[in-house]
Design a protein around this ligand. Structure first.
Ligand code: BG6
Length: 475
């Protein structure tokens, strides 16, 4: 068994979870900068302005803005040949609707892209990852055609500026989060009406399609992908009612990728909108724009699987939509209650490829866990190695046995960063430890965990090292 030649091995991050420097060099606030740390089992609060006595993790994050060179050097040392990161819209167009881009914002990503290239690391750029500029509040964020137009201008600016240097683009991180995490997805409040969320989703889908077309026109070498939050699910029982309940859930999630890959709203969605008396703001040429903006590949994040059935009713709640009404007795869970299901990755890869017949890219997968720093500075994160290893073995089967074309694997995240759901630092994903606590205290010092050296071996051997039994593994 082997991974394809030129397989993209790397890691993934997002701007607001690493950069910090939230008002540096002309940047202004984004929706992510209004989210506090979740404390005492309360979810993250979203404030309308920055309040002095509250802690906003994105403001400093892991200060990558000033440590990017050190971090990318460490990625290169692990052998990365690809790195997925996002560009903060509010660095490039600080208000979102500015006439001209902010030169200093472009300068920063210039340095990041050039540094990656100098190490032979292919940048995979997410254009929007959970951070709509707050300046777009006056247009109701994504509940607006104007915002769609500003996004297209922003995307076009990036395609032109990075022409020939960035080839892989993702239009929106986890676009299907509009139903479960609308604030992150597009500045839409959680209690907004379904109609508002559907409209915002429509504008994002249109924005994505327009961006894809422009990217292809600017450079025919550009490859633009959609990015799906991998909500794969199993039916609770073989009772046909549960099977249909599960199918309803899957369609709720897959509708976004259906539009982005096929170029039109599927019948089941049009019927649903009709039943709900929701009228989308269709305009002349929109239909054509959706058709012309089909993506080149499907990328997705994968952390867990769901169990769904008649109780789910297509509706899920929570960051990872964990509240489906069922749980899976066959799976163990992470410290944060996320079911761990490596085989579900193989299932998801097969399902997505069957459905779209497009190349796939895994752009997030990893374990959020509490790490312990030993006195000598080492971190023995065998649980993380075990998690990634189990998933990679299933990925290998999907490629080798099932014939699924997979372009690459970018794990979340190569370096510890601020968790999106809670704002915590202690939910660590990295191969690289960052000395920082939940409240922003620490030296920001980076150190290598055991998983750093293990992942390095995996990349060096193009996956062969996966079959090496590790000291602590049971027979
Ligand atoms: C994905 C997001 O949904 O999940 C990432 O794209 C996020 O931004 C990741 O970090 C893991 O979630 P969390 O809450 O553990 O950071």
């Amino acid at each position: 068994m082997t991974f394809p030649k030129n397989f993209m091995w790397g890691g993934a991050t997002s701007a607001e979870q690493i950069e910090g420097a939230y008002l540096d060099d002309g940047k202004l606030t984004s929706t992510a900068d209004m989210m506090t740390l979740a404390e005492n089992s309360h979810p993250r609060e979203i404030t309308s302005k920055i309040e002095k006595d509250k802690f906003y993790p994105s403001h400093v994050a892991i200060d990558y803005y000033h440590h990017y060179a050190e971090d990318i050097k460490l990625f290169a040392e692990m052998g990365f040949n690809s790195y997925r990161f996002s560009i903060a819209w509010s660095r490039i167009f600080p208000h979102g609707d500015d006439e001209t881009p902010n030169k200093k914002g472009l300068d920063f990503y210039d340095k990041v892209v050039d540094l990656c290239t100098s190490y032979g690391i292919e940048p995979v750029v997410t254009i929007q990852h959970f951070d709509t500029p707050m300046g777009l509040k006056k247009y109701d964020f994504w509940d607006s055609r104007k915002t769609m137009e500003f996004y297209v201008k922003y995307a076009e600016t990036l395609f032109k500026y990075f022409k020939g240097r960035v080839k892989y683009w993702l239009t929106f991180n986890e676009i299907n989060n509009m139903s479960t995490m609308p604030w992150n997805a597009g500045g839409i409040s959680l209690d907004a009406t379904i109609e508002t969320k559907e409209r915002a989703a429509y504008y994002q889908l249109l924005a994505s399609a327009k961006a894809v077309k422009i990217a292809h026109e600017i450079d025919s070498q550009n490859k633009v992908g959609m990015m799906y939050n991998g909500h794969f699910s199993y039916a609770a029982t073989c009772d046909p009612k549960d099977v249909l309940g599960n199918y309803a859930f899957q369609k709720k999630m897959l509708f976004y990728s259906d539009v982005q890959a096929r170029g039109y709203y599927p019948n089941y969605k049009l019927k649903e909108l009709e039943r709900e008396h929701i009228k989308l703001p269709f305009e002349e040429n929109d239909e054509e724009a959706l058709k012309q903006g089909k993506v080149d590949f499907i990328s997705f994040s994968y952390y867990l699987t769901h169990v769904c059935g008649q109780k789910t009713n297509g509706v899920v709640k929570g960051l990872q939509g964990l509240e489906t009404g069922y749980s899976n007795p066959y799976l163990t869970k992470s410290n944060w209650g996320w079911p761990i299901d490596p085989k579900g990755l193989r299932y998801g890869l097969n399902m997505l490829f069957d459905r779209y017949q497009l190349p796939l890219m895994i752009v997030e997968n990893g374990l959020g866990a509490v790490d312990h720093l030993e006195d000598d500075g080492s971190i023995h994160d065998s649980y993380r190695i075990a998690y990634i290893k189990a998933h990679l073995l299933e990925l290998e089967k999907a490629i080798d046995i099932d014939g699924v074309p997979v372009l690459g694997y970018m794990s979340w995240a190569p370096v510890d960063l601020v968790a999106a759901s809670t704002g915590q630092m202690k939910k660590r994903y990295g191969y690289i430890y960052v000395d920082l606590d939940d409240h922003g205290h620490g030296t920001f010092k980076r150190s290598k965990k055991d998983s750093f050296y293990w992942y390095q071996k995996i990349i060096e051997t193009n996956g062969q090292y996966l079959h090496r039994k590790l000291e602590w593994e049971k027979d």
